[in-house]
Design a protein around this ligand. Structure first.
Ligand code: PMP
Length: 459
């Protein structure tokens, strides 16, 4: 059933989170997106929306990019499918691996493919477990992750994710993981605490967890350089270099989940480059193919590769892979997508347009509903609060954010609400005029939401 986009039909009692509520979905029907072009998508009635979230934080080069269609078609004609098991390979998978090694920091020299970010993070878990078994230290198996971090939805990656809603009803975490405090200064700093003190406290917490558990039991620390899906939260200054130093000190592998940050989102090649740290493992997906194809790539160090490769005689081959690992059409599309990102300097565009967007959004810091405007490059979050001075959230959290999300549809702006934080993450091809159009539409969404909050007596 086509949905009504009317604000009068906003019913936010059943769905306070961004996932699909089955009964609500039956009742209301989905907004059916019919086609896309550049930064825009169109529903079945022909109504245009700016895709302010680039799909799911994905479509770097925009919708309906003909070069990606042509790359997919050419590969379909030549070799539509083959696997990379049992000493087989095919050209696009090899060329993409070479390209990824070239693009990422020098220490990352090896590539493993999966079809999704979740599978990639599961693979990372198994890679480090295998490695530590091979190195004769089977007790080094635990992970440190952060609350509000998002690393996927499968049993292992969902365990690394630090969102209670992803654990609560699924008996997760199912692997040994400790979640440390989300490095979001606005929400988690103590009263009067400076940013530097906040950073120092969080680093001490991580070191305390390491010492409490025993460094010999901890395999890896995983984090998104800028936490995205949990609410767009840039780290405080000094946080990542501090985490990196702790990982080196205690021989813990550092994993950068670049699934959203990677390939220019923050205006730098990768989030880890942006924040000045060097991971042992980088996990990429989404903008890798602009999500035209399901593909993820793990790029990792020679040291980890050697530990696995040199020890297969001891414990058997690394028995892990997928039918679609390195899928030829997906890797061919990724190569073309990365070529477009380079030729059109989309990372540079993200840096330039990101600055325009962050500056323009800053005006809403004065809006009565907005507690904090934050972000980096072409990703931003606006946290809506009941009381600006005390940062008191709305009760229940998510009700107002969901209303804003739906007003967005009325105003022709697709965004995402993470609780009451409105997230923006437009395609990297965006122009200055389009940035201002997004910001203008968002302003109308904020005003409509403020009117609704007042009418409902929610403030
Ligand atoms: N890591 C991060 C940082 C993500 O944002 C996501 C997806 N939003 C994932 C992992 C999981 O990727 P997928 O949905 O492809 O399994």
């Amino acid at each position: 059933k086509p949905t009504s986009n009317s604000a009068q039909h906003v019913d936010i009692t059943t769905s306070l989170h961004p996932y699909t509520d089955a009964r609500r979905h039956e009742e209301k029907g989905p907004l059916i997106i019919d086609r896309g072009e550049g930064i825009y998508v169109y529903d079945q009635s022909g109504k245009q929306y700016i895709e302010g979230l680039a799909g799911l934080w994905s479509v770097a080069v925009g919708f309906s990019q003909p070069r990606l269609r042509d790359a997919a078609a050419a590969q379909m004609d030549r070799l539509p499918y083959y696997h990379i098991f049992a000493h087989k390979a095919h050209e696009p998978s090899i060329r993409l691996a070479e390209k990824l090694v070239e693009m990422t920091p020098e220490n990352l020299t090896r590539v493993f493919y999966t079809s999704s970010g979740s599978e990639a993070n599961d693979t990372v878990v198994k890679m480090l477990w295998y490695m530590n078994n091979a190195l004769g230290r089977p007790e080094k198996k635990k992970f440190i992750a952060r609350t509000k971090g998002y690393h996927g939805i499968t049993v292992a990656s969902g365990s690394l994710t630090g969102l209670p809603g992803n654990h609560r009803d699924f008996d997760l975490p199912a692997i040994p993981v400790r979640h440390v405090t989300c490095p979001h200064y606005y929400r988690f700093a103590e009263a009067g605490e400076s940013e530097a003190d906040f950073t120092a406290r969080l680093l001490k917490e991580i070191e305390d967890v390491i010492l409490e558990e025993g460094a010999d039991t901890i395999a890896g620390f995983i984090g998104e350089p800028l936490m995205a899906a949990g609410g767009v939260m840039p780290p405080p200054a000094g946080y990542w270099p501090g985490v990196e130093a702790l990982c080196r000190k205690y021989d813990i592998k550092l994993i950068a989940d670049e699934v959203i940050n990677g390939f220019g989102r923050l205006g730098s090649s990768f989030g880890s480059v942006h924040y000045g740290f060097t991971p042992d493992i980088m996990v990429t997906s989404k903008q890798l193919t602009s999500s035209y194809m399901p593909l993820a790539a793990i790029i990792f160090s020679e040291e980890i590769y050697d530990a696995i490769a040199d020890n297969t005689h001891k414990i058997g081959t690394f028995g892990h892979g997928y039918t679609a690992s390195g899928h030829p059409v997906a890797t061919a599309v990724a190569l073309e997508n990365l070529a477009i990102i380079e030729e059109q300097d989309l990372m540079g565009n993200a840096a330039r347009m990101g600055e325009v967007m962050q500056k323009a959004l800053a005006q809403y810091a004065d809006h009565p509903l907005v507690g904090e405007v934050r972000g980096a490059g072409l990703i931003a979050g606006l946290e809506l609060v009941a009381d600006k001075a005390s940062k008191r959230p709305f009760d229940p959290i998510g009700k107002v954010g969901t209303a804003a999300f739906e007003f967005g549809h009325d105003e022709g702006l697709i965004l995402r609400n993470v609780g009451d934080t409105l997230a923006l993450c437009p395609p990297l091809i965006i122009t200055e005029e389009q940035v201002h159009e997004i910001v203008a539409r968002l302003g109308r969404v904020l005003d409509l939401t403020a009117g609704w909050v007042a009418a409902e007596g929610l403030a």
